[in-house]
Structure formats: structure tokens, C-alpha cells
Ligand binder design. Structure first.
Ligand code: SF4
Length: 220
């Protein structure tokens, strides 16, 4: 059985994107490749305690799943796919007990190869996961080509470089036509970011605004 470095496990409401307001168990995994890749999200990252690969504690898959009591768990980080072998085992175990698995990734790493079939796997699912959120990061907003056709939701944060972020959102939406697009003003980035995010959604009615409601509500 695989073990994973886990920074924290907690129950809360999903604060962002399509599933906003839905109760989930969050499993935050250790390690992030953004600093090494020079990604600019390190400037506004709200989980820098997850960057170190040795952060948190070592847990095996069974121990993780004993902490999951809600119908959905969200694998987040850091960059969860740095621990891809353990992630795949978590997904398999979760599906065996009827738990849906969401993945939040920066998209820089290739997706794990999905099992051809598996107990509890959603009918017609294209990946091992039940919901995949790819949140590409500046400056390049790179998404590994392996994610083509597998992304359920693209989350683009509109930071203070609003023109660059807006152009990236347009390009990414065109490259992933099946994905829901969530436009999220960077929390605390100021009025310009909020105004541009709203304007972007108004000019793309099929997109939606994502607010970090957990921060607005003061919950975890
Ligand atoms: S990829 Fe995510 S966890 Fe890593 S630095 Fe960027 S925002 Fe933070």
C-alpha cells in the first residue's frame, strides 16, 4: 500500500468553482513544483506550507480514507500529482467505498492513466477522477497536453496582471472546449482584478465567476 505525505485533512465547504458550497473532505498533499518551475502563483499562493515535499506527515491510503466521511473528497495541494502513485490508490479505495474524488491540479504534470474500469467509477468517466479542476499558472499558463479532453473545469485566477490573465483565459478556453471556465479574481488583488473578472464573465456568458467563499465566510 502506498503512503503519501499529507499536510492536512479537514471537512469544509468547497469555496471555489462549480462545486462552491458543497461539503467535502479536503486532503492537502505535500509538495509543489511551482517554485522550481518559476510559476508566478508563488506570489499569491495561500498554501505555502504545502510546498515542501516533506511537509506534514506520512499516511497510508487506509489511514487517509478513515478520515473521509463525506460523499466527496478533494485532493489538493501543493500539486497532488507529485504523489501520483498514492493518488491513484486513494482514488481506487475511495471509489470502492462510494466516495467521489475531485482533483485540483496546476496542470503541469501529465494525468495518471485511468484504470479501464473500476468499482464505483462513474459511468462514462474519462479519467480516474470524478471532477478535475485544472488551474494553470502564470506566466505561461501551461497545461500538459495529456489533459486534452479530460478537464472538467478550468480555473483562471485574475491577478494584478489582468490583461495577461484575461488573454490566457481566452486561449485556455479555446484549447479545452469541453471544460467549464471559472474566472476567479485573486483574493485581495484589488478592484481592478475584480472588475476585469466580472467584465470577462459578462462578455463570455458561458463562463462563471468564482469567489473564494470560504475566505468571505471566514471558514477554513
Ligand atoms: S501551484 Fe498552487 S500550491 Fe503551488 S504555489 Fe501555485 S497556487 Fe500555491
Amino acid at each position: 500500500m502506498a503512503t503519501l505525505r499529507v499536510v492536512e485533512i479537514f471537512d469544509s465547504l468547497q469555496g471555489e468553482g462549480y462545486w462552491t458550497g458543497v461539503a467535502m473532505t479536503f486532503v492537502r498533499l505535500a509538495g509543489c513544483n511551482a517554485p522550481a518551475l518559476g510559476l508566478e502563483c508563488v506570489r499569491w499562493c495561500d498554501t505555502p506550507d504545502s510546498w515542501e515535499p516533506g511537509a506534514g506527515e506520512e499516511m497510508d491510503v487506509d489511514a487517509i480514507m478513515r478520515c473521509v466521511h463525506l460523499p466527496r473528497l478533494c485532493l489538493t495541494g501543493g500539486e497532488p500529482l507529485l504523489q501520483v502513485d498514492g493518488v491513484v490508490e486513494v482514488v481506487e479505495k475511495a471509489h470502492r467505498q462510494g466516495t467521489r474524488v475531485h482533483l485540483e491540479t496546476n496542470g503541469t504534470l501529465e494525468p495518471p492513466t485511468p484504470p479501464v474500469s473500476g468499482p464505483g467509477r462513474l459511468e462514462g468517466a474519462r479519467t480516474s477522477f470524478d471532477w478535475v479542476v485544472v488551474s494553470p499558472k502564470p506566466p505561461a499558463y501551461f497545461v500538459d497536453p495529456g489533459w486534452q479532453g479530460l478537464v472538467d473545469e478550468l480555473k483562471v485566477v485574475i491577478d494584478e496582471r489582468v490583461d495577461v490573465a484575461a488573454a490566457a483565459a481566452e486561449r485556455l478556453a479555446a484549447a479545452h472546449p469541453g471544460a467549464l471556465v471559472s474566472i476567479q479574481p485573486e483574493y485581495g488583488a484589488g478592484r481592478t482584478s475584480v472588475d476585469r473578472a466580472v467584465a470577462l464573465v459578462m462578455s463570455h456568458p458561458e463562463w462563471r465567476l468564482s469567489l473564494q467563499i470560504h475566505k468571505l465566510l471566514g471558514v477554513r
